[in-house]
Design a protein around this ligand. Structure first.
Ligand SMILES: [Fe+2]
Length: 214
């Protein structure tokens, strides 16, 4: 606070409002390794007839991986975390379900453009294979008004940025609101970036109102 205001203000407070929450969880190495083995074996089977990715290319699996027996360890971790998050948000009691689960593989040079996951409440990504150069995800400011006027800033801070870059590693699980737009920068590493995405929605909505979109 400057000298001018010091002279007449008794107390100040900055009140955060309408926070956008992203949960970041790191799995214990034993669990991470067990899931890793099952996911990679599943992907190997699914990609058996898929040509090896060229630089700049990406591949996505079918959206029903959550129904596969091999992925039940990961599915139950995601479901448990979603349950805790809904409790934290004081939402419920409301039955929910995983409405979609798919793998994304990005070869060197591949990107994933800005998108969100309509007709879902929570979305998640679990990271199976990342390396320096392919270990981040960008989240974009969901508020529309700040985009109207973006004055120059002397330093990017959490308070003035329109994008937050989250660093991830193998065994990281992120859960975030499905409306929150996100993107992945170009894979600058030599290896493939492998992740498993999830969508979560209230059962009543999926039965009575609308099917989730991807
Ligand atoms: Fe996504």
């Amino acid at each position: 606070m400057s000298k001018e205001t010091d002279s007449w203000i008794q107390a100040t407070d900055v009140i955060p409002m309408f926070p956008t929450l992203v949960w970041k969880v790191s799995f214990k190495p034993e669990l991470r390794d067990a899931i890793d083995e099952k996911v990679m074996a599943t992907l190997q089977r699914l990609r058996r007839d898929v040509p090896i990715l060229e630089p700049g290319q990406g591949w996505q699996s079918e959206q029903t991986l959550h129904e596969r027996e091999e992925l039940q360890d990961l599915v139950s971790c995601v479901a448990n975390l979603a349950k805790s998050i809904l409790r934290f948000l004081r939402i419920g009691p409301e039955a929910f379900e995983i409405t979609g689960c798919w793998a994304t593989v990005l070869a060197k040079g591949a990107t994933h453009k800005v998108h969100s996951h309509p007709n879902n409440f929570l979305s998640g990504v679990y990271y199976v294979r990342t390396q320096p150069g392919s270990d981040t995800i960008n989240f974009h400011d969901p508020r529309s008004q700040p985009r109207v006027i973006r004055p120059p800033v002397v330093e990017l801070t959490a308070e003035n940025t329109d994008q937050v870059v989250v660093r991830v590693t193998n065994g990281t699980l992120l859960i975030f609101p499905s409306y929150l737009e996100h993107s992945v920068d170009t894979n600058m590493s030599a290896g493939e970036r492998v992740s498993i995405s999830f969508n979560i929605m209230f059962t009543s909505f999926t039965e009575q109102l609308s099917k989730p979109l991807w």
